[in-house]
Design a protein around this ligand. Sequence first.
Ligand SMILES: *Cc1c(COP(=O)(O)O)cnc(C)c1O
Length: 405
Amino acid sequence: MKVQSMSSPITPRLPGIRFVHSPGPTHVPDEVMHAMQRPMTDLADPRVGALIAACEKGMKELLNSPASDIFFYASNGHGVWEAASANLGSDQHSLLIAGSGHFSDQWAIQTTGLGLSVIRTPHTEGQQIDVAAIEAALRADTAHNISAVMVVHTDTASGITSDLQAIREAINRTGHPTLYVVDVVASLGAAPFDMDALGADVCLGSSQKGLMMPPGLGFVAVNAKAFAWSKAHAKPRYYWSWLERKTDNQSAKFCGTPPLAHLAGLEVSLGLLKEEGLAAVHARHQRLGAAVRAAVTCWASTGAVKLHCQDPKGFSSSVTAIEVAPGIDPEAMRAVAREKFQVAIAGGLGPLAGRVFRIGHLGDMNEPMILGALAGIEAAMTVQKIPYGPNGMAAAIAYLAQHTR
Ligand SMILES: *Cc1c(COP(=O)(O)O)cnc(C)c1O
């Protein structure tokens, strides 16, 4: 029988490496893959408890939040969105989900679907989260009905990273007792995030982006203030409940069987991040993102494409969204990039569907990988007769040559 796998989706097998440059899932390093292939064991095996403990400890270190509780879920990012909303929502309170792009919109839709009241702040395309709008909403809420301000650090749809510290300071200025919740799904491991120093009460993420793993493992980190609020006020919940999961019982921690393969992978991926050093990991992401923008800036000289992010403060080290001029079909170009040049990139989501393509540059990635991706995209744009400006590859190479590790 001929077995088809994701690495060779086309028969006959294509030679060489397929480049994954979507902003999740990202390339999974061999060390992580191998760890995930470990044999299963019974749940009373002390190695299971040791593995869970190692993952919890590693996450606390990565987030720099030694006292927070880490709750893991066998879920994707949408699952941990629901975990946060279900544990922080009540019939007497509203959740403020700041506008940042498609991902914030989806989080709000999902939270509304739980029967919870959601307040939105407006988002301007190409810009960071509107901090003043959050401040105004909190000042208007004199009865303190808002229980949490929830923000997406890097909205993967817009490719824009927002200023978490500015949002924290805005909350502080109002004196509002709200909790502060941050989605770091797309930014963790790519951009600095220090949960305690920032004063985030909850943060959430998932495995398939900067954590360099296959999709399927989500986590939420919860500090004592958020846990106490949830215990006192939140609506009934069970599978997602932090109350049920705050226990030393391994099965109760996961409300069932722990996702052992994913935990084994996470232990290794956390080790890889630690070995490289978090500052070096962030610097590498910053370099690769800047190299991509150097290329796009050249491509943009003819007006065929342009960077979607209009404010350099919002440039993301994880993903770059590139707008195309009217009449250019980014989906057709993506298909050529994937099928003819083995470079998988992402398309536009929500209001940006059909208007942008996105290059992921996060996770287990290095200079030749990003140069290969940019070259494959240039080749696909050439096939599609997209009249991009010249010298993009040279600009990316020059940037990387001037900013070596
Ligand atoms: C990818 C992503 C999500 C959703 O994750 P899924 O695993 O696709 O459910 C949520 N938030 C952000 C910022 C993301 O990038």
